[in-house]
Design a protein around this ligand. Structure first.
Ligand code: ADP
Length: 404
């Protein structure tokens, strides 16, 4: 089965083509073809990068219409140096990452007219994401035809079973009736890591209590019990919870009221909280932890403060997930920071030594991937897992298609 995965964000789009024959493998095979479109590479131009086992191609293209660029990108699957198919019709199914599935979707779903209308309606909850996801769906219909099965895999779905006590904000009930509640995000990654953790630990997922720390540009935690998320740190939007690269995470809503009374516009608050806060806002150096760490080495006080806040919040929220679960079998680190920063892992774990959690510092510093980095006598396992969102989407497509 040839599965094309589209993972569209507001400013970039990743695509991968997987080929699965026979049994679904436990681990991600290398995609046959991988591509990214960076829509805002420089004003008016998009950058397309395509990689296959034998070739890498980079092109700068003027953006007259995003759909034309998507058409061009798709044609690179069967034309030119990056071709891995002889014809478009070899693609069996297309899977899309859809950010906001609201209260409607707790599972991946085959896309039809109703699903498209629902994703469109939910755009009010995710204005910079759902429209880009719909655009991808429409591009496939236009260029590969309406007959090709398309599947939506939602970033919120894994969190749909979070109990109301954890999901509902204590606000006037009329707000709750409008759909204002905690949806949670990064669900595809959290779910993938929970399954992979069970494999690595050779345990039944049903029997495990896990805390997944997805620490990338965006950061969120999930508390996973019996294979379901029962609590998470992101909320109504991906702005809630942990400190992130450029996003603030939780702030007292009273601060926003105060600033609005001073004349701050909604757009300014939106921009400053989403793009000018977090590691970037506090350090004044960068949203990238690597550069913040370099600045710390050079004695930069604000960079040190940024790391201190990042770690303080990470520890506090891990403790919060721990309380929701009533204990934990394994703590999992994933995404750019989680997979690469030994120092963040070690600082986060330091606070939980009183629970018998012991990190093996050599393993922690040995660039572990899909490994247990706790000491053999640690009461809590600590795993570093390379998240594979696109593969997880492909696997969901395979499962749904194989059921038909
Ligand atoms: P996204 O959330 O956009 O998918 P990633 O999961 O790729 O992002 O995470 C990107 C972030 O990971 C970078 O901004 C950087 O801060 C961090 N990162 C990547 N490599 C390292 C590293 N070796 N050490 C510390 N941080 C790293």
């Amino acid at each position: 089965m040839k599965i094309l995965v589209l993972n569209a964000g507001s400013s970039s789009q990743k695509s991968s083509l997987y080929s699965i024959d026979g049994e679904l493998p436990n681990q991600s095979p290398e995609p046959l073809w991988e591509a990214t479109i960076d829509w805002a590479h420089h004003p008016g131009f998009a950058e397309i990068k395509v990689k296959t086992a034998t070739t890498e191609v980079k092109e700068d293209i003027e953006v007259k219409s995003r759909l034309d660029i998507m058409a061009h990108l798709l044609s690179m699957l069967w034309q030119g140096k990056t071709a891995v198919l002889s014809h478009a019709s070899e693609i069996d199914v297309v899977g899309h990452r859809v950010v906001q599935g609201g209260q409607e979707y707790s599972e991946p779903v085959r896309i039809d007219q109703t699903v498209k209308e629902t994703i469109d309606r939910l755009s009010t909850l995710a204005p910079s994401h759902n429209p880009a996801n719909l655009e991808g769906i429409q591009a496939i219909e236009k260029f590969l035809g309406t007959e090709i099965p398309q599947i939506a895999v939602f970033d919120t779905a894994f969190h749909r079973q979070i109990p109301d006590a954890a999901a509902i904000y204590p606000v006037p009930y009329a707000w709750v009736e409008q759909g204002i509640r905690r949806y949670g995000f990064h669900g595809i990654s959290h779910q993938y890591c929970a399954h992979r953790a069970a494999q690595l630990l050779q345990r039944n997922l049903e029997d495990l209590r896990l805390i997944v720390c997805h620490l990338g540009n965006g950061c969120s935690l999930s508390a996973v019990a019996q294979g379901h998320s029962i609590d998470t740190t992101m909320g109504f939007t991906p702005l809630d919870g942990l400190m992130m690269g450029t996003r603030s995470g939780s702030v007292d809503p009273g601060v926003l009221i105060h600033l609005m009374r001073q004349g701050y516009s909604v757009d300014r608050l939106d921009r400053e909280l989403n793009k000018e806060s977090g590691l970037k806002g506090i350090s004044g150096v960068s949203a990238d932890l690597r550069q913040v760490m370099e600045a710390i080495e050079a004695g930069h006080a604000q960079a040190q403060l940024a790391l201190d806040i990042y770690v303080h919040r990470l520890r506090s929220y891990i403790a919060s997930m721990l309380a929701s679960l009533g204990g934990v079998d394994a703590l999992i680190f994933t995404a750019g920071v989680g997979e690469n920063s030994a120092i963040v892992r070690s600082l986060a774990c330091e606070s939980f030594q009183f629970l018998g959690l012991a990190l093996d510092s050599q393993k922690n510093e040995s660039r572990p991937i899909d490994q247990d980095i706790a000491t053999s006598d640690s009461k809590i396992r600590v795993l570093v897992i390379h998240t594979q969102e696109d593969w997880a989407i492909a696997a969901e497509c395979y499962r749904l298609q194989s059921k038909l």
